[in-house]
Design a protein around this ligand. Structure first.
Ligand code: KIV
Length: 314
């Protein structure tokens, strides 16, 4: 895989499967018929695995600011970064549709600014559609982007780019007024031409109402089972992100524990010189006619009496 004679490892390796790409018209047509499974992805290897697992859509979410870059919010993420990860994910996605998240301040300024950056993401990020957060206030932005032939996914409820305005990552749409505003926003986005809407962290009965009120699929995250599809952050789904686990994030595996265990085993084998074994090494050259002379002893570096105190661990 990486060099000569690599076999790619992985006892569960399967032959590459090529099925038709999931398209925007297909996603739309699945509303109320066949639930859509979306998951975030940020790199080639993960995209390939999630695609093989049958994910219909891969979202290069700005959540990468938190789970890949280690920030507390998604706000620092840039268009360049989303595009960089998008290109990697697109190479891994054989069947899944690839969506790019428009990061904070890449679309809010004006409909034209939004169109410019959406176009850039399609050209430079290899995306097949884009997603942006917000309701009625971005309806015109959505119209302009859709008119240019770029499919747009909406995102309502807990919109992480507004974390400071919301006072934290909190459930949204609670109470009649907030619920009605959210339904109105969903209808406005539907009319503006989105092909699907993410509903994040809202009460399940409200998500069901929104799902009934719009003509396009809703994709829930922390919005109950009544949506037309679901989305999870891949590191949550796999049990790899250990900093926080939102209530709605079911961990379908504990890959994080496996990574720690595997790393411990590797470190032990390196230290005990049991790795690499003969099967991980290339064929020996055989005895040399003129054996290589041993390297001359080097002077101590740094001289023992000059070792800085903070290097000395015992
Ligand atoms: O950025 C992201 O990962 C998202 C999903 C959680 C919907 O927007």
């Amino acid at each position: 895989m990486y060099g000569p004679q690599g076999n790619g490892g992985g006892s569960a390796r399967r032959p590459a499967q090529r099925s038709a790409k999931v398209t925007v018209p297909e996603i739309r047509s699945r509303k109320g018929i066949s639930p859509i499974a979306m998951v975030t992805a940020y790199d080639f290897t993960m995209a390939r695995l999630l695609d093989e697992g049958g994910a219909d859509m891969l979202l290069v979410g700005d959540s990468l600011g938190m789970v890949v870059q280690g920030h507390n919010t998604t706000l620092p993420v840039t268009v360049e970064e989303i595009c960089y990860h998008g290109r990697a994910v697109a190479r891994g996605a054989r069947r899944a549709h690839v969506v790019g998240d428009m990061p904070f301040m890449s679309f809010q300024l004006s409909p034209v600014h939004a169109l410019e950056n959406a176009g850039r993401m399609m050209k430079e990020g290899s995306f097949e559609s884009i997603k942006l957060e917000g309701g009625a206030e971005i309806a015109e932005h959505v119209r302009r982007i859709v008119a240019a032939g770029i499919p747009v996914m909406g995102h309502l409820g807990l919109t992480p780019q507004s974390v400071h305005a919301m006072g934290g990552f909190k459930v949204q749409g609670k109470g009649d007024e907030a619920a009605e505003r959210l339904i109105a926003d969903a209808r406005t986005l539907d009319e503006a031409g989105v092909y699907a809407i993410v509903l994040e962290a809202i009460p399940p009965d409200l998500a069901q109402e929104v799902t009934a009120a719009v003509s396009v699929p809703t994709i829930g995250i922390g919005a109950g089972a009544g949506c037309d599809g679901q989305v999870l952050v891949c590191y949550d789904l796999l049990g790899m992100f250990r900093e926080l686990t939102p209530k709605f994030a079911k961990r379908f595996a504990e890959v994080g524990d496996q990574i720690v265990e595997a790393t411990r085993a590797y470190v032990d084998e390196v230290q005990s010189r049991t790795f690499p074994a003969a099967e991980h090494s290339f064929k020996p050259n055989g005895p040399r006619r003129a054996p290589v002379a041993a390297a001359p002893a080097k002077p101590e570096f740094p001289p023992a009496d000059e070792i800085p105190a903070h290097w000395q661990t015992h």
